[in-house]
Design a binder for this molecule. Structure first.
Ligand code: BG6
Ligand code: MG
Length: 215
């Protein structure tokens, strides 16, 4: 095992509530019912697919241009909320674990569906810790398709079988397995039977890393 590929939202940082606030504003403007339970369905899902899920409760018909406008506005609102993020939004546990994994000789990458991943990493001061960034800007199919993780492995120049993915979304665990990678579930995905490992806290990765290194 040579590399860890991390999902970003829900694993390294927690921006679910920012997504929720920005989508909620849009839904309220359109008179669409939207709550946190529906927001949970958007985890790991692309921006366009997220909009389609929210519009399941919309009776009208929207043109492609109108949908694009809604997504742009939502993203502007979301980016305003992201602007408030600082390095304090990453826990000591996460930062220390990432540093330890690097010291152990692992290469680290991000595999996120978000087009704002680079911006978020900058805001929280983590950009320099990762050797590669695969995100919503370099994929055409979002999770559960394995594309985002396969691209990360390609950017790292490491074969998929030598990569372990850390994910909080079921769709991400499915994507990791389809990519032929080891899947580690955390948060919501810590309940996912398909995951090879299920962890309650981020620092448990050090123990798993020790086991994987001898494989
Ligand atoms: C994922 C989030 O990381 O990124 C999803 O879990 C989100 O909820 C997706 O829809 C796309 O994000 P963005 O930042 O490109 O709108
Ligand atoms: Mg996630």
């Amino acid at each position: 095992m040579h590399a860890f590929i991390f999902d970003l939202d829900g694993v390294i940082v927690f921006t679910d509530n920012f997504h929720y606030q920005a989508w909620k504003k849009m839904a309220d403007n359109l008179g669409i019912y939207f709550d946190e339970k529906i927001n949970n369905r958007l985890r790991g899902v692309s921006r366009a697919d997220s909009l389609d899920i929210i519009l399941e409760r919309y009776d009208g018909v929207l043109s492609i241009a109108e949908k694009a406008g809604l997504m742009e506005q939502k993203n502007n609102d979301y980016r305003c909320l992201l602007e408030t993020m600082t390095p304090k939004d990453v826990s000591h546990e996460v930062r220390d674990t990432l540093l330890k994994l690097r010291q152990m000789g692992f290469r680290l990458a991000i595999g996120s569906s978000s087009r704002n991943a680079g911006f978020i990493l900058e805001k929280v001061g983590l950009t320099g810790l990762f050797d590669a960034l695969s995100d919503g800007n370099n994929i055409t199919r979002s999770k559960p398709d394995p594309e985002v993780f396969l691209k990360a492995a390609e950017f790292l120049n490491i074969r998929p079988a030598s990569c372990a993915v850390v994910e909080d979304a079921y769709a991400g665990i499915e994507a990791a397995k389809s990519a032929g990678m080891t899947a580690i579930g955390i948060g919501d995905a810590a309940k996912c039977d398909e995951a090879d490992y299920r962890i309650a806290s981020f620092c448990e990765l050090i123990k798993i890393a020790g086991q994987l290194r001898v494989c």
